[in-house]
Design a protein around this ligand. Structure first.
Ligand code: SF4
Length: 245
């Protein structure tokens, strides 16, 4: 299995607790989603573009409809743009149909119809940023590539004690470095899915479910509830723990 990059000063025990806790939780609680049954990069791309700013539940039927109409990248490249948009526009955020159609044409024209499998190649595709590239590299090609969307950013920030709301480039770089460091070699496909589910289902924005969190005992936010990175529910958990002692 090819490893893309590995660097970040992450404390080993903290790292291993996080990796094992998240993986075990995912094997019990992870979501069964249609795009998790494929490694076709085109199908992964369609799911990732449709999931921009849209819930999984809303995307599922549109994903199926889109791939029924355009089962291959070539089918999409040869179709009229309006046909693609007719399926994706009802989701809102209407640039998606355009992106998918443009990407299909770029892959056919500039990559001889073969989906790029490098970060540099993927970043040349319209609408594909570092997150989407990481998702395709790990989910489709099995490379140890990091992902960092809003949910994963929040989860990693809280657990490792980084101010994930800070927009400074240094902080973003630090979180990307952590996202690289946490990927267990050879298991990016499962682990990145686990990160996404943890961020969506447990370490949520408003009411994180710290009481049910598999890595709560090592979470920096829970350990220092009065720091600016703390969250209300984490504080509640500390109080709960103190009352139980
Ligand atoms: S303990 Fe709470 S804040 Fe920490 S990672 Fe788990 S859900 Fe997130």
């Amino acid at each position: 299995m090819k490893r893309i990059k590995y660097h970040a000063a992450v404390e080993k025990t903290l790292l291993h607790t996080f990796q094992s806790g998240i993986q075990e939780w995912y094997r019990r609680e992870g979501r069964d989603l249609p795009w998790r049954h494929t490694t076709d990069p085109y199908h992964i791309l369609v799911s990732e573009i449709l999931l921009h700013q849209t819930t999984v539940k809303t995307v599922e039927p549109v994903y199926r409809q889109f791939l029924e109409r355009f089962p291959t990248l070539e089918d999409l490249a040869q179709a009229a743009l309006d046909e693609a948009k007719a399926i994706t526009d009802p989701l809102g955020y209407k640039i998606r149909g355009q992106w998918l159609h443009d990407i299909a044409q770029v892959v056919v024209r500039e990559f001889d119809g073969v989906f790029p499998n490098t970060l540099e190649g993927l970043l040349r595709l319209p609408g594909v940023g570092r997150y989407t590239a990481g998702a395709i590299l790990s989910f489709a090609f099995g490379y140890d590539a990091p992902i960092l969307d809003t949910n994963v950013n929040r989860l990693l920030g809280r657990y490792f004690g980084v101010d994930y709301k800070d927009p400074q480039a240094d902080t973003k770089h630090q979180l990307w470095s952590i996202a690289e460091a946490v990927v267990p070699p050879g298991n990016a496909r499962e682990f990145n899915n686990a990160l996404m589910d943890m961020g969506a289902l447990v370490c949520t924005a408003r009411k994180p479910r710290c009481l049910l969190c598999p890595v709560a005992n090592a979470c920096a936010t829970l350990a220092v509830p009065n720091e600016k990175n703390s969250c209300h529910v984490a504080e509640e958990r500390v109080q709960y723990r103190r009352r139980s002692e």
